[in-house]
Ligand binder design. Sequence first.
Ligand code: AMP
Ligand code: ZN
Length: 138
Amino acid sequence: MSDDCIFCKIIEGTIPCAKVYDRGGIFAFLDIAPVNKGHVLVVPRVHYATLFDLPSDIGRELLGALKLVGRAVMQATGAAGLNVGMNNFEVAGQLVHHAHFHLIPRHEGDGLRLWTQHAYESGDEMQKLAQAVKQAIG
Ligand code: AMP
Ligand code: ZN
């Protein structure tokens, strides 16, 4: 529990939410400003700031909840697809520093473009970057 965290307050019930799931270590509720209606946030009950702070052993439970709640969101909204997203750190758009996954229902022709893509200057630039990532992985 982090005192200044809005999601911790939602989980403990001091701030209201439209809850959809609360089992084991995972909690989920509707995003108050949905990208599309039915947009859900799936969060661990325990406060961790980003993906990198999440203990790996929560992964199985989290993936199970993402699949269960994601399927339910699609069914309830009549969506034909679902985006699963996570923002980590402010530069990536993370506003709430309690790790969370966005489940965004998608409909044919909804016009949503999540990101724009670019080209590498050359194949060499791409290979160098792949090498740098491989090296960082170790
Ligand atoms: P992010 O930008 O990934 O940190 O996403 C934070 C999300 O939390 C945003 O999509 C907000 O709309 C949502 N949000 C903020 N406050 C609340 C709240 N009280 N209830 C539900 N969703 C919220
Ligand atoms: Zn929190």
